[in-house]
Design a protein around this ligand. Structure first.
Ligand SMILES: NC(=O)c1ccc[n+]([C@@H]2O[C@H](COP(=O)([O-])OP(=O)(O)OC[C@H]3O[C@@H](n4cnc5c(N)ncnc54)[C@H](O)[C@@H]3O)[C@@H](O)[C@H]2O)c1
Length: 254
């Protein structure tokens, strides 16, 4: 295999690629990749993204998998590399919001599932992709955290705890690969026009405890996040490692 060519137009893997932000990331990475593998627990949503990436002229494959299931993720990493070659870009993006509820009423089963998907899922993705990247010595990983990784949010204890953990995993992995040409960064979106934010706003509006989103004057678009993920995955960001890259139009700047 020609290492330089693989690095010029790498294979990309996007989890949660059937969702609003993941779809935008897959489409954006399709412009700089040899092929994009789109992973989602929702098979139809992943297939739609794959067809959109293909329509733009990039090879794409949809794969149904649960990011929190190590066997499924190990298998899909093997299958993607067998089909397309080394994974050079990994957008570790799948996540769930849980519910809006005060901590003393927050359901424990929901807390467990949020941790399972958002923390263990990100860990499993890092583990199996890094095991492939480290012997090769190159690659770029972008974990989707949130501004909930650096701020508290009333009513979102599970989500906030999980996204703080994503930042911890990002920084730890970044240190472990700091002597290589592998980079691990996090993108921290503020509120983005999406199913997830509509659901959270609906729940916050309906709930008797009256939690409201604080400070969001303007919602971003999925494309805004995808553009930053593409930058972090690119050669232009070769000296960026372990960063927590906020994309929120300044909401958390104050
Ligand atoms: N939407 C926002 O405002 C916002 C803000 C900050 C961070 N984020 C983060 O961005 C990422 C993408 O969110 P989104 O807004 O596109 O939400 P979304 O719900 O539209 O997309 C998430 C996707 O992940 C998939 N998914 C869920 N659990 C999975 C699992 N176990 N295995 C595989 N796939 C799974 C879903 O099917 C869905 O397609 C998430 O990590 C989210 O926490 C979103």
């Amino acid at each position: 295999m020609n290492g330089a060519g693989e690095q010029d137009r790498p294979v990309a893997l996007v989890t949660g690629g059937g969702g609003d932000i993941g779809r935008a990331i897959a489409l954006r990475l399709g412009r700089m990749s040899k092929a994009v593998a789109i992973v989602d627990i929702d098979e139809q949503a992943a297939a739609l993204t794959a067809s959109l990436v293909q329509a733009n002229g990039c090879e794409a494959r949809a794969v149904r998998a649960d990011v929190a299931n190590p066997e499924q993720i190990a298998h899909l990493v093997d299958a993607i590399e067998d089909a397309f070659g080394p994974i050079g870009i990994f957008a570790n993006n799948a996540g769930i919001e849980g519910v809006v509820a005060p901590l003393h009423e927050y359901p424990e089963d929901v807390f467990d599932r949020v941790m399972q998907v958002n923390v263990k899922g990100v860990f499993i993705g890092l583990k199996y992709v890094l095991a492939r990247m480290i012997p090769r010595g190159w690659g770029a990983i972008v974990n989707t955290a949130s501004t909930s990784a650096i701020r508290g949010r009333a009513g979102l204890s599970g989500y906030v705890a999980s996204k703080h953990a994503v930042l911890g995993l990002t920084r730890t992995a970044a240190l472990e690969v700091a002597e290589t040409r592998i980079r691990v960064n996090a993108v921290l979106p503020g509120p983005v026009e999406s199913r997830m934010i509509r659901e959270l706003d609906d729940q916050a509006g309906r709930a008797s405890h009256g939690f409201r989103r604080a400070g969001a004057t303007r919602y971003g678009q999925p494309q805004n996040i995808a553009d930053v993920v593409a930058f972090l995955a690119s050669r232009e960001a070769e000296h960026v490692n372990g960063a927590a890259w906020v994309v929120d139009a300044g909401i958390t700047a104050g």
